[in-house]
Design a protein around this ligand. Structure first.
Ligand SMILES: [Zn+2]
Length: 68
């Protein structure tokens, strides 16, 4: 899950696609921590035009509830 720290905009993203792109660029790859993926986003937030992205893993709601 990709989120904007300023306005709270959230967007799902294809982890595989991002990881593959990082790997191709030599800028990380399959071992890149999810939190570091946020730094690789070069796009502006569609809502507030900021670039303060953060990423977190998103789990299916049911799984998340069982673990807490
Ligand atoms: Zn935003």
């Amino acid at each position: 899950m990709l989120g904007c720290e300023i306005c709270g905009y959230r967007k799902g993203y294809d982890v595989w696609k991002i990881t593959r792109r990082l790997f191709d660029c030599g800028d990380g790859g399959f071992m890149t921590p999810v939190a570091d993926v946020a730094r690789s986003f070069k796009m502006d937030c569609p809502d507030c035009s900021g670039r303060h992205w953060h990423t977190q893993l998103s789990y299916p709601h049911q799984l998340h509830r069982q673990q807490t």
